[in-house]
Ligand binder design. Structure first.
Ligand SMILES: Cc1cc2nc3c(=O)[nH]c(=O)nc-3n(C[C@H](O)[C@H](O)[C@H](O)COP(=O)(O)OP(=O)(O)OC[C@H]3O[C@@H](n4cnc5c(N)ncnc54)[C@H](O)[C@@H]3O)c2cc1C
Length: 343
């Protein structure tokens, strides 16, 4: 199993003890993955209760006390670092059952009846089945302006030491991360901030629609769009749409005003989603395989599966079509649904 982010942890927790004892685990980062290493200061978009329910849906943790999450109001959203602390506590007895290597897997090559994992240092391990939960890197666009790294833009303290309040910043993306970054920039006193979106409406609310919801102010019907902003992000979108944040302009990524804003910007931030971060995968003949997975079974190739941000399951959108199911509850449901075909 490669990758000890929240998806890798969930996968290991779903394995029976005898399988855990037979599992090699590789991670070149840290327990908790990117939520621990990069985004710990961000407030989750799910409540303590929702996160606890997801964890309790894993049979081995069904009745386990969740000391970190239960210490907080169930209706509040914890910091992602708290979610990671909780997972680390839960993983403490499980990891010693596995054989853990702090190594980067450079490639995974198919052999008859199994796979060979090659580390960056040149060590190789032969296994019968492989699971990769290696997460993703923020997607970048190619505008000719210096980019503030996503993890810095999301961390108010780091952002404040990275740029000056007089800097002009264009934030690409107005979903969860984008709205939090607009808030951080405004709170540090920036006066010329642009939130750029590609497809109207700029904000899609997830929470149940109420007559007070300002979605109608932007001609949107997004209240029931499950990919949209919720919790803290939804409150930020409300304030912007009601005109309460004059330092923030919301522009579509076309037209003169947008072009001028980019030309005048000192920095840009890309909050436009993620691209998967995966080792090279080679087939039996040694050819590099395109890592296309089946979102229903998690299978990438015979004996090779992928989960988490890099290889999510999907859900039916209420308005039709499907979308990747990113987040702890989605990972738990998907991994459990796929486990039968894997063990
Ligand atoms: C700002 C932000 C807020 C979010 N908020 C929430 C939230 O509130 N609730 C929620 O449920 N989800 C949230 N998510 C979504 C999602 O849960 C995270 O993206 C999560 O980090 C994905 O977990 P993962 O295990 O798939 O990947 P990661 O966390 O990226 O973990 C992958 C691990 O694999 C390791 N790795 C990668 N490649 C290799 C290799 N070749 N060899 C060895 N090790 C390797 C990495 O070092 C890392 O430790 C948020 C995401 C972001 C960006």
């Amino acid at each position: 199993m490669v990758g000890l982010g929240i998806a890798g942890c969930v996968f290991l927790a779903c394995l029976p003890d005898d399988r855990l004892r037979n599992t090699l685990v590789f991670d070149s980062g840290c327990l908790g993955g990117d939520l621990a290493r990069r985004y710990g200061s961000v407030v989750a978009n799910l409540t303590c209760e929702q996160l606890s329910n997801a964890i309790h849906a894993i049979p081995r943790w069904k009745d386990t006390r969740l000391t970190v999450l239960e210490a907080q109001d169930p209706n509040t959203c914890p910091r992602l670092s708290d979610l990671c602390k909780q997972l680390c506590e839960l993983m403490r007895p499980l990891l010693p059952m596995t054989t853990l290597h702090s190594q980067h897997i450079a490639s995974i090559s198919q052999i008859p009846g199994g796979w060979v994992l090659l580390t960056a240092e040149g060590a190789s391990y032969t296994v019968t089945k492989s699971v990769i939960c290696t997460g993703g890197e923020p997607r970048r666009l190619d505008y000719p302006k210096p980019a503030i790294p996503l993890e810095i833009a999301l961390d108010a303290v780091a952002l404040d030491s990275y740029i000056r309040p007089t800097d002009r910043v264009v934030v690409f993306g107005t979903a969860h991360s984008g709205t939090l970054i607009l808030r951080n920039l405004r709170d540090m006193g920036c006066r010329d901030i642009v939130g750029a979106y590609r497809e109207a409406p700029p904000f899609r609310w997830v929470r149940a629609h109420t007559p007070e919801c300002p979605c109608h102010l932007i001609g949107g019907t997004g209240c029931h769009d499950s990919e949209g902003v919720k919790q803290e992000s939804a409150a930020i979108a409300d304030a912007i749409v009601r005109g309460e944040w004059p330092s923030v302009r919301i522009l579509r990524t076309e037209g003169e005003e947008f072009v001028r804003a980019v030309m005048a910007a000192d920095y840009v931030v890309y909050a436009t989603g993620f691209q998967r971060r995966i080792p090279v995968i080679k087939g039996l003949g040694g050819d590099v395989l395109e890592a296309r997975h089946d979102p229903v079974t998690g299978a990438i190739a015979p004996g090779l599966w992928g989960f988490g941000l890099a290889f999510p399951g999907q859900y039916e959108k209420p308005q039709g079509g499907t979308a990747p199911d990113i987040g702890l509850p989605g990972f738990v449901a998907h991994i459990q649904a796929c486990l039968g075909g894997l063990l």
